[in-house]
Design a protein around this ligand. Structure first.
Ligand code: GDP
Ligand code: MG
Length: 439
């Protein structure tokens, strides 16, 4: 999927605005890429339409390229499509919360029972598992072993009792023991069939569950939409859990769930270990599907931090090599606001990889610089040349900020170096010399 989308962005490089014409090709690539990721066709159609409608005529943010902006729009739509926010599990206000797990064979239901119990334990909730897969004795043993592993009781009644009867007995037992959450494992089939659905309906009637969660393997392809629809229509689900997200799949199935059922994905499984269960974050999933997390956070942060005018003014100053200590302070503070230096530096095109040690050093320097700049007069901040020319001024600043004269000299030199470097970055090679400091 990534390579397809990358092609889409590449086609926009050099464009100034997003228009009906210039997004046609990128949108075709996006469409193809989503289909390749096994998102179902109707979902893809609606998605592409929504993105196109939004992209055309959108107000461009200064300093953000159109291709980056299209990434942002695609991302926001993906997030919306997947429900926007994190959807928490719902708990019953009186009596035990009952969670019924349903899904095809081998998707990870039995494993999930224990993972879920483990997850809830961390939230201070007690659970009990009910072994409802009566077709394979091994399935019951598997659940018992997993229950032991995470330290929660497992209710079993063998393979001769109907699942709905086991559910009833298990629930009574849980009520007696004042268990907070009851998790019911059920049998899956390789394909949807009437027998499985009827059994689930019966179990559901007996349990009156708080949550009916459809367990979906992240590798499920085009059929995810039909699968979710059928389970939702037949038994009625309250949400889904996506498993095996640790595999190669980009998780195209995730896009279909909310769109076709109106029900959110609540949790994701990322491995076979008991700890590998976490809430479903639509924004992270979108990033995974797009494979462009860094560009996205850059655009977002740029939007938050740099108001249009500021960016414009800064650009002018860089062009004319007038970048002064006020800008320097504003920039360093904006960068600090933009979150950890590690991420930001990684995002700036052309800056390449920076080692963590260098980053920590940079963060330390930032504090040091702030102190020295604050000790400057407004005139000195605007005309760094004054500081280059006068050792007296540098000495005063050193004294007032509690730093050494050498540190002040370094800061001044750094500003001039930055002027040159920034101009070069903007593609202007001439001008901007580094003055030598007089003593
Ligand atoms: P069920 O038939 O739906 O009950 O599926 P199981 O719980 O028996 O799981 C089937 C297989 O998938 C087992 O080998 C599990 O260890 C494995 N499995 C379950 N969840 C995950 C997951 O999130 N990631 C990976 N890699 N494997 C998983
Ligand atoms: Mg099972």
């Amino acid at each position: 999927l990534t390579s397809g989308l990358e092609a889409a962005w590449t086609k926009l490089k050099g464009e100034e605005v997003l228009t009906k014409e210039n997004i046609v090709e990128p949108m075709r690539d996006i469409r193809r890429a989503l289909l390749e990721a096994d998102v179902s066709l109707p979902v893809v159609r609606r998605f592409v339409q929504a993105v196109s409608d939004q992209a055309v005529g959108v107000g461009l943010i200064r300093g953000v390229k159109p291709d980056q902006q299209l990434v942002k729009i695609v991302n926001d739509e993906l997030v919306k499509l997947m429900g926007g926010e994190v959807s928490e599990l719902v708990f019953s206000k009186s009596g035990p919360t009952v969670i019924l797990l349903a899904g095809l064979q081998g998707v990870g239901k039995t494993t999930l029972c224990a993972k879920l119990a483990n997850y809830l334990k961390k939230q201070g909730k007690s659970s009990m598992l009910i072994a409802g897969d009566v077709y394979r004795p091994a399935a019951i043993d598997q659940l018992v072993i997993l229950g032991e592993q995470v330290g929660v009781p497992v209710y079993t009644a063998g393979t001769e009792v109907k699942p709905s009867e086991i559910a009833k007995q298990g629930l009574e037992e849980a009520k007696k023991k004042k268990i907070d959450v009851v998790i019911m494992d059920t049998a899956g089939r390789l394909q949807i069939d009437k027998g499985m659905m009827d059994e689930l309906k019966e179990v559901k009637k007996v349990l009156n569950p708080t949550e009916v969660l459809l367990v979906v393997d992240a590798m499920t392809g085009q059929e995810a939409a039909a699968l979710v629809t059928t389970f939702n229509v037949e038994i009625g689900i309250t949400g889904a859990i996506l498993t095996k997200l640790d595999g190669d799949s980009r998780g195209g199935a995730a896009l279909s769930v909310k769109e076709v059922s109106g029900k959110p994905i609540k949790l994701v499984g990322r491995g076979e270990r008991m700890e590998d269960l976490e809430p479903f974050y639509p924004d992270r999933m979108a990033g995974r599907i797009l494979g462009m997390g860094d560009v996205l956070s850059f655009v977002e942060k740029a939007q938050e931090v740099m108001r249009q005018e500021d960016a414009e003014e800064l650009q002018k100053k860089i062009m004319s090599a007038k970048f002064d200590f006020n800008d320097f302070l504003k920039q360093t503070r904006a960068v600090a606001q933009m979150g950890s230096m590690t991420r930001v530096i990684g995002m700036i095109p052309g800056m390449g990889k920076v080692k963590p040690a260098q980053v920590r050093e940079a963060e330390k320097n930032l504090k040091l610089m702030e102190a020295m700049i604050e000790a400057m007069t407004p005139e000195e901040r605007e005309k760094p040349e004054l500081l280059a020319e006068s050792p007296d001024r540098r000495r005063r600043i050193a004294k007032d900020s509690g730093k050494t004269e050498q540190q002040v000299s370094q800061l001044v030199a750094q500003l001039f170096q930055m002027r040159v470097r920034m101009k070069n970055l903007m593609g202007i090679m001439e001008g901007g010399s580094i003055p030598t400091l007089s003593n």
